[in-house]
Design a protein around this ligand. Structure first.
Ligand code: CO
Length: 615
């Protein structure tokens, strides 16, 4: 029997799939593993929060509250933990205190035992309200220190040195933390720095200490071992099939490494291996999201670009959607520059999305030509105090166009209550408080989810789960693309005219049914020229006109101009929510709005015409 067994916290059901497969793992695929996971003897399991709440409602047509209740009933012996972004909860902006209080209360009542709360800037006032809400719920409050470095690859320097982290540990203890977590989202904590950091915190702070590290750079298992040697109490791990890469260290080698030592966690290796096999069996369903063009399991470059797991997989999938994957390397180079401009914020949600999306904007539109709304809010101080000063020229540039208000000490304190308005807004759909919270967190995608949930809209095909058999069938039919099946006597020849181009195609119904004829998609990709017809084919752009084209897929939040209105280059035209944040699309030219062929609240695709301006 080990003298001081290491406690293990498993992240397979939350951070592991968030990091490796864009948070797409469905409840139905976790449920079969749940009871066995519960019997392993994990100290806790992180199963909720972070991006899972957004992903479930936005992409999977799944009720996140229902997921939590399922876990609670299937895993009664293991404490369930969630990741909470302080005043931003599981969203991307600060919410009013009444939403924070109610969300924490409902999370506790639905099954969360441990709340891991962090703020992207480690800014204490942003943690206060969520911390007291957790305390009021009687649950375990864990405050997490976001670990990052400024430059040089190691802890130290003027900003992120040992004193900085010790002072955060002290102030988090004083906020009432029941435990402290070192949250290394970028995999940047080097093993010997971890030894020094854990030793120092354990010597001074009399609270359990947990390490959450991502494997991205390749250091996390070594870092974990040195942290354990320095007296770490709890370590985050996950099952091997969803471990390493941008995820957590794998539990199996850690368990064997510590076997027979004073820190032996005492878990059953065979049971873990069996669970891993079960997980392997379902993962082929998610091949689309797991795919990576890289052969390296680690990304040593993270030591320079510092992009955390969730952000990396998110950016890859967003850039792929925007058909701009070829600009990834430019974006990666731009990220450290953007981060330095913004005062070296730790790259964790929402700062990671803000820096990432701003870097994408900087690459696509030119540096700070389009500044996202959240970045403006950050510059106004509404996300809290930046860790180090924001670059002056950026502030000057913003100040030119608008007044920068005086930053509040606690940003959440100046927000008017939001919960009643949210309840009212969905009152014709539901009177369930958990539903109202979904809407309060994400008005656009949340409302769409609620309409689906309550049967007012069908579940869109892309949100439906796939079975293993469907995935295998799709794989078989893509493999059978060559050799092609022999053309049957039912095949018909069609002439297709696209502009001045002409195609001849044969269409042969699959399976001999009398169903619909497959749609030919051999149209050559139009480079979305300014004078091309729009996707709908209804609006022509004529000479002297400029089409404003959506740079990426997203949801059109609002339109700030109307037809016939005169605009100057740079004037805001529309607000598009893309990469999970709102971006103002400016007018590229001086002129008059001739047409706005889009409606606020609807989904737009990349290259869709949003407005036509007559010069
Ligand atoms: Co993480």
């Amino acid at each position: 029997m080990a003298g001081k067994p290491l406690k293990l916290s498993d992240t397979t059901f939350r951070d592991a799939h968030q990091s490796l497969m864009a948070t797409r793992l469905r409840t139905e695929d976790m449920i079969p593993l749940a009871e066995e996971m519960d019997s392993i003897g994990f100290f806790s399991m992180e199963v909720w929060g972070g991006a899972t709440f957004d992903s479930a409602t936005r992409f999977l047509a799944e009720d996140p509250w229902e997921r939590l209740r399922s876990f609670k009933s299937l895993m009664p012996n293991t404490k369930l933990s969630m990741l909470l972004r302080g005043q931003s909860l599981v969203g991307y902006r600060n919410y009013a205190d009444d939403v924070v209080d109610k969300f924490v209360e409902r999370s506790a009542e639905n099954g969360i035992d441990i709340f891991r709360v962090f703020d992207a800037l480690n800014y204490e006032p942003n943690l206060e309200r969520a911390a007291s809400a957790v305390k009021n719920s009687g649950k375990h409050l864990q405050l997490a220190i976001c670990y990052t470095i400024s430059e040089g690859g190691r802890m130290g320097g003027d900003i992120y040195n040992l004193d900085y982290y010790l002072s955060k540990a002290r102030s988090f203890r004083d906020l009432g933390a029941d435990s402290i977590c070192i949250k290394d989202m970028g995999g940047l904590l080097a093993p010997y720095d971890a030894f020094e950091l854990v030793t120092a915190i354990k010597a001074e702070i009399d609270l359990p200490l947990q390490l959450h590290a991502h494997y991205t750079s390749g250091m996390a298992s070594m870092t974990a071992l040195k942290a354990v040697e320095a007296g770490l109490d709890i370590l985050d791990v996950c099952l091997a099939p969803l471990a390493l890469r941008t995820s957590q260290p794998a539990v199996e080698p850690i368990a064997v490494t510590l076997l027979g030592t004073d820190r032996d966690p005492g878990v059953d290796l065979d049971a873990l291996l069996d669970l891993g096999d079960q997980l392997e069996d379902i993962l082929p369903k998610y091949a689309d999201h797991l795919e990576t063009p890289r052969s390296a399991v680690i990304d040593a470059r993270v030591l320079s670009h510092q992009i955390p797991g969730g952000m990396a997989s998110n950016m890859v999938s967003q850039l792929r959607e925007a058909d701009a994957l070829d600009r990834m390397s430019e974006v990666l180079e731009e990220i450290p520059r953007t981060r330095a401009d913004l005062g070296f914020p730790p790259l964790v949600t929402p700062m990671s999305q803000m820096v990432g999306a701003q870097a994408v904007n900087n690459v696509i539109f030119g540096r700070y030509t389009v500044v996202s709304e959240p970045v403006k809010e950050y510059l106004r101080g509404n996300y809290g105090k930046p860790v180090s000063p924001v670059r002056g020229e950026l502030m000057d540039r913003l100040a030119e166009s608008e007044e920068i208000s005086h930053a509040p000490e606690r940003p959440g304190a100046v927000l008017e209550p939001e919960l009643e308005a949210a309840k009212e807004a969905v009152s014709d759909l539901t009177d369930d408080i958990d539903d109202a919270l979904i809407y309060a967190l994400y008005p656009q995608t949340g409302e769409r989810f609620l309409r689906i949930k309550h049967g007012l809209e069908p579940v869109p095909d892309e949100m439906k789960p796939k079975t293993l058999e469907e995935v295998r069938q799709a794989a078989r039919s893509s493999q059978s693309a060559a050799p092609a099946p022999r053309m049957s006597g039912r095949a018909r020849r069609f002439n297709i005219y696209v502009g001045d181009q002409f195609f001849e195609i044969d269409v042969d119904p699959v399976g001999g049914g009398s169903g619909s004829v497959p749609v030919a998609s051999s149209t050559p990709a139009s480079p979305a020229a300014q004078a091309a017809p729009t996707q709908s084919g209804q609006i022509e752009v004529t000479e002297g006109e400029t089409a404003v084209i959506s740079p990426m897929p997203g949801i059109l939040i609002s339109v700030s101009v109307e037809e016939g209105q005169a605009v100057a280059a740079g004037d805001p035209l529309l607000v598009l929510e893309a990469m999970k944040m709102q971006n103002t699309i400016p007018s590229p030219v001086d002129g008059t709005i001739r047409a706005i062929p889009v409606v606020a609240g609807t989904q737009v695709v990349k290259d869709q015409v949003l407005a036509i301006i007559q010069s």
